[in-house]
Every structure is written in C-alpha cells, then in structure tokens.
Design a protein around this ligand. Structure first.
Ligand code: ADP
Length: 601
C-alpha cells in the first residue's frame, strides 16, 4: 500500500517546501542585489581615488624617471591610498607596482592587454573586475592615462581587493541563513498548529461517519470547531438526526409490513422488476412447502406453473393484473388461486402475487359433485327397477296373480330403498345444517341406550343376533340432541346386527372417560379390512356394495354418525380386523364439559 501522509503532514511538508523555496530565492536575490550595490559603491570610491591618483602621479612623476623611482612612487602612493597602485608605460611595461618588488617587475606580463589598461589607453577611464594572476586575489581595477602635450605618457592603475565585499557578503549570507532557519521553524510551527486545528475536527468527523456507516446511528459530534469545519460538523449532526428519524420510520414501516405479511393466511410473494423474489411471507413458504426463504430466487424456481409465470410476465411487461388457479404437488395436493398485480414504478416496478389456499373449497366442490353423482346413481337404480317392474306389470303380468305379486314385491322393495335413501339424505342434511335442532338437551346415556336397544330388539331377534347392554354406574349426563344421538346409535347397532349375521353377538357398552361418555358398539361379525377404514365414514362408501344393498343399506349411515358426533363436539372411531369383528366408538362430551365449551380434541 502506498504510504499515506496525514493532512497535517501534508500541510507541514507543503509549508516547508514553499517557505524554503521562498526564503532561498529571496536570499539569492538579496545577495546579488547587495553584492551589485557593494561593487558599485567600490567602483565609485575607486573612481574617486583614481582621480586623486591621477593628480598625485601628475605631480610626482616625470617622464624618463627610472623604473626604480617609479616603483618607489607606486609604493608610496599605494601606502597613501591604501590600495594597490600600478604604474604602466603606454607600451604595457609595468614600471611600478605597490605590491610587487622592483626587482620582480621585469618578470611581469605586458599589461597593455589588460582590459582596464586597454580602455584607459583608448581614451577613457578603464574599469575591470577580475582575478589577479599576480596576487591571486579578486580585484577591482580602474586605470587612467597621464598625458603630457596631448600624448599618453603613463597609465596609472588602482586595484581594490574585493575580499572586503566577499567578507561582508559572507556575514550577510550567515545572517540570511539564520533568518531562513528561524523563518522556517516559525512557519512550520504555525503550519503544524493550523493544520491541527483543521485536521482534528476532520478526523472526528471521519470517525463519526465511520461509526454511523457501521450502524451506530446515535453517534454525534456535539463539539464544533469555530471555523467552516464547525459548520460542516453541525450540518453532519443534523443530517445524522434526520437519518436516524428516517431509518426509524423505515424500520417501523418494514416491521409493520412484516407483521402484516406474517399474520396473513394468504401466501404473498413480491418480485423486483426483473422477476427476482425480494419478499415472501411464512404462509407462502408453508403453502408451497419451500425449504427456506425464497428471496433471491426467480418465480420459476419456486412455483412450477407455466400459467402463473405467464401471468407474472404480463404483469411485469404490461402491468396487466391476472388470476390463475394452480395445483401444487407437495406432501398433499393443494389448489391455490394466485392473483398477480404489477407494482407501480414507485413500488419498484415488480409484481406482487397473492396465493389463496382454495384446497378445502376445491375438495368441497369435488365432494358436492361426487355427492350429486352418487345420489343420482343411488336414486336411478331403484327408480329404473320400479319403472321396469311397472312396465312389465302393465304389459302382461297383471293377468297372472303370481307374477303380479312378484313384481309388486320388487316395487315395494325398491320403494322402501328409495324411502330409506331419502330419509337418510334428509337426516344428513338436517344434521349438517343444524337448523331447528336443540343441541342443549341434557340426556341420560343409559336412557338413550335403552330406547335404542328396544327399537332394535325385534330386528336382532329376527336375525338371530344377541344384543346386550353394559352400562357403567353413575354415568354423567351428556349434552345434545336426543333424536340425533339415538339415530347415531341406531345406525351403529343396526350395522352391527346387519353385518354380523346369524348367531352373532352385539354389545353396547357405555362408560365415562374423563369429560367424555364413550358408547362402544362391539360385534363379532366379519370385520373390515384395514384399507377401507380411512374412508369408511365417507358418504356412499361401502365395503361390499351388493351386500349393503341387499341388507337395505344406503351407504349413508356412518356418514350420518360422523356428522352427528361432530355436531355434538365429539367424534367416532372404528377399530376392526377381518374375521375378528368390529368396534365402533362414539365419544360424546359430558354436559359439564360441553358447558365449559372445551374444544374437542
Ligand atoms: P350401509 O348403509 O351400507 O350400511 P354405512 O355407512 O352404515 O352404510 O356403512 C358403510 C359400510 O361399512 C357398509 O357398507 C359396510 O360394508 C361397512 N360396515 C359398517 N358397519 C359394519 C360392521 N359392523 N361390520 C362390518 N362392516 C360394516
């Protein structure tokens, strides 16, 4: 990772660079200006001294004067002026020099080519700033001509060592260096403190932002800096307040929505504009028997129904609402009615699908259809038989009394069957509707049993079946309708007598089990195979259709018993094995239990 420089570090570094550059440039400029100024001053002073030298040489030097005397004059003048004085012949030969011994003069170069000498010879005052090879020093030279009769006879040259200028400049440089260091240190301290005043609130702001991003919505700055970042902090706190309010609103709306969806019986599924599921409630998961939350799946992955997918597509593309019926094959087959509606753009542009479980309605519908078909079928058989018998009678049999009697008996038998069928249908419909039925009578179970047994004793006797009653002592009363309970018991006992055949034995045993009175009808008849037991209480369900018909059964008896048991808040059970007889048990709540309105288990 690239090393990161803090804001403070950046400011201090920037300041360091800017201040150093500024001070260095300033120092360089300043040194140059001062140097120029000092050199100019030296030049002016040298020019003044040169004029004086000119006069002194004019007074004290005579043409033809020997080198020794000229050099002595140069030494003198050099002492007087405190400068190096060189006297040069017009041809460039050095005649005297205050800094060079007379004996060494002959060894010197020809000075006629020195710039200041050349300039002086050319007619002016020559000046030059250069290094003296002779003295190994930086010197400022100025030269002038001494004329006699309009002819140059001597060139006088002054040389000022620039060591003083350099010394002054070095002192100045030292001063500038110290000033640069001080200025730098001062500006760095100021930059450091100023950057700190900016970076601290920025850091606090960063920390608070990070905390809010992590979910700590209560985090605020509270302390605000006095500069613009203080305003930023104040705005930040205000924004955080608003954010917290909005999130609280959204959370409560979401919780409400979840509670509503969770409490719905209908399954609800919401998709985004691409058909991906973004919300589903528990009812949907249960209805479709999904293994987990379907959020993130497509509708096709969750419901395998081409019609529904078509409806979802239409709602997504054209916003067209639709309704489709689908069948879900799970542990049990369910019938669902799905209503599909498109969501507005503001709602995300997806679709919402609401699934209503219409399994019960569908199965009721199916039961109704089956029932009508069964009733029609049950009615048609005796009616056809009666019609055929009557037609035969009318055709010819009336003349033959023996035939006539046989057909009359057929008509009577089927007439009875019709009557029994209509009676059972009526009973069933009365029990189901519950209309006009007083269900709050307090009844003595033993009395009920006696009445029922009395009405069946003849039939049992005729069929050679032994009918017995066993009543537990001190039975509590049951609440209900006497006619209905009698009808239920008659149906159970009648079946037992009918199906157990001659030499059979049927027992009605009554006892109390907790808040229930148990009526147990046991016979030693043929018994019922296990596969029939689950459907035994359905309307028109018979184990042996022909035997039942022969015995005058309608196939409705046990259905009536089941409905009567339910109407009383009770239940009926069967336990039977082929060859070992059957036990039908009717559970009726005691009057006390019924009064407490305990929900039947
Ligand atoms: P049904 O009028 O035919 O008797 P039910 O509804 O009373 O109609 O009984 C339905 C079927 O249950 C009968 O057809 C018969 O096959 C069987 N069943 C009822 N009770 C007994 C019993 N005690 N023993 C053997 N089979 C029985």
């Amino acid at each position: 990772m690239k090393p990161r420089l803090s804001f403070r570090g950046l400011v201090v570094l920037g300041c360091l660079v800017v201040v150093t550059a500024t001070l260095l440039f300033t120092a360089l400029f300043l040194e140059n200006i001062i140097r120029d100024h000092m050199v100019e001053q030296a030049r002016k002073s040298l020019t003044g001294q040169l004029a004086l030298l000119g006069e002194l040489v004019g007074e004290r030097w005579r043409p033809g004067q020997g080198v020794r005397a000229t050099d002595a004059l140069a030494d003198d003048l050099g002492r007087i002026l405190g400068l190096r004085v060189t006297l040069i012949a017009p041809d460039g030969e050095v005649l005297g020099d205050s800094r060079v011994a007379a004996a060494e003069l002959s060894g010197l170069d020809n000075h006629g080519y020195r710039p200041e000498v050349k300039a002086a010879l050319a007619g002016g005052v020559g000046g030059s700033l250069r290094h003296s090879a002779t003295l190994d020093l930086d010197l400022m030279y100025a030269a002038t001509c001494l004329k006699k009769d309009g002819r140059t006879v001597l060139v006088a040259r002054l040389a000022l060592p620039l060591a003083q200028v350099e010394k002054t400049l070095a002192a100045l440089r030292r001063l500038i260096f110290i000033a640069v260091l001080l200025g730098l240190a001062f500006s760095l301290v100021v930059a450091y403190l100023a950057a700190g005043r900016i970076s601290r609130p920025v850091r606090e702001l960063t920390e608070a932002t990070a905390a809010i991003a992590e979910g700590d919505l209560s985090r605020r700055l509270r302390r605000y800096a006095s500069h613009e970042i203080g305003d930023l902090g104040r705005t930040f706190d205000h924004m955080a307040d608003r954010l917290q309010e909005k999130i609280a609103e959204i959370t409560s709306a979401r919780d409400q929505l979840r509670a509503i969806l969770g409490g719905m019986v209908e399954g609800v599924l919401v998709t985004d504009h691409e058909g991906m599921i973004i919300m589903a409630n528990q009812a949907l998961i249960d209805l479709l028997e999904l293994e987990g939350d379907p959020v993130g799946c497509t509708t096709a992955e969750v419901v395998r129904s081409a019609q529904l997918l078509q409806a979802v597509r239409e709602a997504l593309e054209y916003g067209r609402p639709g309704a489709v019926d689908i069948r879900v094959l799970g542990t049990t087959t369910r019938f669902l009615e799905a209503q599909v509606a498109g969501l507005s753009e503001a709602g995300g542009g997806g679709v919402v699908v609401v699934f209503h479980d219409v399994t019960e309605r569908a199965s009721l519908e199916q039961m109704r259809r089956d029932f009508v078909a069964n009733v029609s079928h049950e009615l048609r058989t005796p009616l056809t038989a009666i019609q055929a018998a009557v037609e035969t009678l009318l055709d010819s049999a009336l003349e033959d009394p023996a035939y006539a009697r046989r057909f009359a008996e057929v008509i009577l038998r089927h007439g009875r069957r019709l009557t029994a069928l209509v009676r059972d249908l009526l009973t069933l419909s009365q029990v189901e509707s519950g209309e006009g039925q007083d269900m709050s009578q307090e009844l003595d179970p033993a009395e009920l049993a006696h009445t029922v047994l009395e009405s069946l004793s003849d039939q049992a006797h005729r069929r050679g079946v032994e009918l017995s009653l066993k009543v537990a002592p001190q039975l509590p009363k049951v609440a209900g309708n006497a006619n209905q309970l009698e009808a239920a018991l008659i149906n159970l006992l009648d079946n037992a007598v009918k199906y157990c055949g001659p030499d059979g034995a049927v027992e009605l045993a009554i006892d109390q089990q907790g808040g229930w009175v148990r009526f147990k009808v046991t016979d030693n008849g043929p018994g019922i195979a296990a596969e029939h037991l689950p459907r035994l209480f359905e309307r028109f369900y018979r184990v042996e259709r022909d035997r039942s018909r022969r015995l005058g059964g309608t196939g409705l008896g046990l259905a009536i018993v089941k409905h009567i048991a339910q109407a009383h808040g009770g239940r009926v059970e069967v336990d039977s094995r082929v060859g070992q007889g059957s036990v039908f048990t009717l559970w009726v709540p005691t009057a006390r239990r019924a009064a407490l309105k305990v929900v039947p288990s």
